[in-house]
Design a protein around this ligand. Structure first.
Ligand code: TXA
Ligand code: MG
Length: 343
């Protein structure tokens, strides 16, 4: 479904970049969800992200870059697997978790883009990512977003941007600028509007910090696509004790306020006023408002959060979701629906 790319207003990007350099927060569009951005190298600015979101300090943030070179400048090593994955899927909905640059290594003062152009190896141009960004972990999550406004913003700011989804902790991720404004209000200094997010669910988070790639969060790039490039991938649960528990993997996450039920075969509760998000199974009750969700996983993902935001605003007693198929192409959607229905 081709859409006109959102227009970039250079003056607005420059104004946003100025805010970021001054330690302020800017919400910006990505292809997955809207991000709440701050200069990743400014610990005080990053602290504001945690405060505005109400997010526990144990949950690390993703750092957004505009080039592979900028990513390399933030890590201690850039393994071959990272290179192959980045070249295949960046810009795009894939976050790579890698060992951070060691504190004490010569830090890159300000201009990552310029250093990249000199083609210096990562080891010589490492900037230490502040511990507040990584929640004190020795690793950092990096991604290059595939939205022209996000890329223009990072380039204009001249620094990598730490950005979680632009919603309060445990609430639904925003896929429009309006969701961000309604969720965060005046707590965000500027919201750049890039239209609805085309992928619609968060990036895949893959750790390359250990001997085998580990899937920490399924997302916009499927496991099958990743495995075609790097071979077998382990699940976070399979990784043995001793490893830091996958941070930020709180079971209740991505939730609407309204109770969300994941239902099989269209079986709806007898009581209450609800709404049904149908995929393949017609509802057991005819008196219930039913929304037909897209048949294909990518289209379903693109509309899921917006549909949940709308259903949530309509004050139903419950939102029932027709459980989609149990296949790998639905893995990320299944994950979000499971979390939204937990608790
Ligand atoms: O699509 C996305 O990834 C969006 C857009 C804005 O880029 N961002 C996003 O951020 O979803 P957030 O903060 O809502 O989720 C970050 C995820 C969490 O699951 C967190 O645990 C994981 O990334 N993560 C970040 N850094 C990590 C690290 N060093 N080790 C393990 N997991 C990490
Ligand atoms: Mg989030």
């Amino acid at each position: 479904m081709p859409r006109t790319p959102p227009a970039i207003d250079p003056a607005q990007i420059e104004a946003a970049a100025r805010l970021l350099r001054a330690g302020r927060l800017v919400a910006f569009p990505t292809e997955t969800v809207y991000g709440l951005g701050a200069n990743a190298l400014d610990p005080a600015a990053v602290a504001r992200i945690y405060a505005v979101k109400g997010r526990p300090a144990t949950s690390p943030l993703i750092v957004h870059v505009a080039s592979i070179e900028m990513a390399q400048s933030l890590v201690a090593s850039w393994p071959d697997a990272a290179d192959r994955l980045a070249r295949r899927f960046w810009p795009g909905p894939l976050t790579l978790v890698l060992p951070t640059a060691q504190v004490g290594k010569p830090a890159l003062a300000s201009n990552h883009v310029g250093t990249a152009a000199l083609g210096r190896p990562a080891e010589q141009s490492s900037a230490a990512v502040p511990a507040i960004v990584t929640a004190g972990l020795p690793t950092v999550g990096l991604r290059m977003p595939a939205h022209p406004i996000a890329l223009a913003l990072i380039r204009a700011a001249g620094v990598p941007l730490a950005a979680p989804s632009a919603n309060r902790f445990t609430q639904l991720s925003p896929t429009t600028a309006d969701h961000v404004r309604r969720g965060l209000g005046a707590d965000v200094d500027l919201v750049l509007d890039g239209g609805p997010c085309q992928v619609g669910i968060e990036s895949t988070v893959l750790s390359l910090a250990g001997p085998q790639p580990v899937l920490l969060r399924p997302g916009g790039i499927s496991r099958t696509e990743l495995e075609s490039v790097v071979g077998p991938i382990a699940n976070a649960q399979e990784v043995q004790a001793g490893a830091h528990p996958a941070p930020g993997m709180h079971p209740r996450h991505y939730s609407p306020r309204t109770r969300l039920l994941l239902v099989k075969d269209g079986r709806l509760p007898d009581q209450g006023k609800g709404i049904y998000l149908q995929h393949q199974h017609p509802p057991s009750r005819e008196d219930i408002k039913t929304i037909q969700m897209p048949a294909a996983a990518p289209n379903y993902a693109a509309t899921l959060y917006d549909t949940l935001h709308e259903a949530d605003d309509a004050n139903y007693d419950w939102i029932a979701v027709d459980a989609p198929p149990d296949t790998t192409e639905w893995e990320a959607i299944q994950d979000r629906l499971r979390r939204a229905s937990a608790g």
